[in-house]
Design a protein around this ligand. Structure first.
Ligand code: HEC
Length: 232
């Protein structure tokens, strides 16, 4: 293993490459326009060991080839494999505060993503525009959004907040965003999960674990994370 390499960033870059591929493929001529940026992203991603180097080289080869419907999924597999092998911690150190998350959001994100996080009425005009963070089509886990906020977008206005916000601030706001997607909790005696489990569960994952109308409650009322080294 190479010292000083941020494995979380390597995994996040590979994950981002897959997402960008998927999104641009859905637009007419999008992949042609976006491919050079995805190529630069993979070329700049450090490979901490031979296995990752091989995986990234293979992704680069597929990226140069004809349209590849499996490419985004393959990126997700490679990213997940890196996360597991590096034993990355992907959960908050302490219990996220939704209230504080709302404050961090207002201060750091609202100018671009809108007051309500739905991408409406931003204070600045951007191309591409800042995304609607409440009605995301993708099945993100909170950790995936945490990583995006930590490392930023691919040659877009989306900044990286790894230095500007503490890890706890980033978790607080990501937990707040995931809770804000749902109407108020209206189910008595809903199950209560830990913040660690929530950090690694997409809303789709939760729909397989708890009744659908309990998700609004599960995202708002949770226990402290299991003790483990925290994600940076
Ligand atoms: C300077 C403007 C700007 C600021 C400030 C900003 N963003 Fe963004 N963000 C963007 C743009 C533009 C995009 C869309 C392009 C992209 O995905 O890179 C984006 C994309 C994203 C995405 C990916 C969404 C998706 O569906 O692909 C997430 C998540 C996100 N922002 C979260 C945040 C959070 C949380 C904050 C505050 C800590 C924040 N952003 C602050 C401009 C901004």
């Amino acid at each position: 293993m190479q010292p000083g390499v941020d494995w979380a960033q390597v995994a996040a870059s590979v994950y981002l490459a897959g997402e960008e591929y998927q999104e641009s493929r859905e637009l007419e001529g999008g992949l042609e326009r976006r491919r050079p940026a995805i190529e630069r992203l993979l070329a700049q991603t450090p490979a901490p060991d031979a296995e990752v180097a091989r995986d990234i080289a293979e992704l680069q080869r597929r990226l140069r080839g004809p349209v590849d419907y499996e490419f985004p999924l393959e990126c997700k597999h490679v990213a997940a494999h890196i996360e597991e092998r590096a034993k990355l911690s992907r959960t908050p150190a302490s219990k996220p505060s939704l209230e504080h998350g709302a404050q961090v959001y207002a201060a750091a994100c609202a100018a671009c993503h809108g007051k309500a996080a739905d991408g409406e009425q931003p204070r600045v005009t951007l191309d591409p525009p800042a995304a609607d963070l409440l009605h995301a089509e993708k099945s993100w886990r909170p950790y995936d959004m945490f990583a995006r906020v930590t490392y930023g977008g691919l040659e877009t206005a989306m900044p990286s907040f790894g230095d500007a916000l503490s890890a706890q601030d980033r978790w607080d706001l990501v937990f707040w965003l995931f809770a804000s997607r749902w109407p108020p909790c209206a189910r008595p005696n809903a199950p209560v999960l830990s913040a660690s489990e929530l950090a690694l569960s997409s809303d789709f994952d939760l729909s397989n674990k708890v009744p659908y109308d309990a998700i609004a409650c599960v995202r708002r009322n949770f226990t402290a994370p299991a003790p483990s080294p925290a994600a940076r």
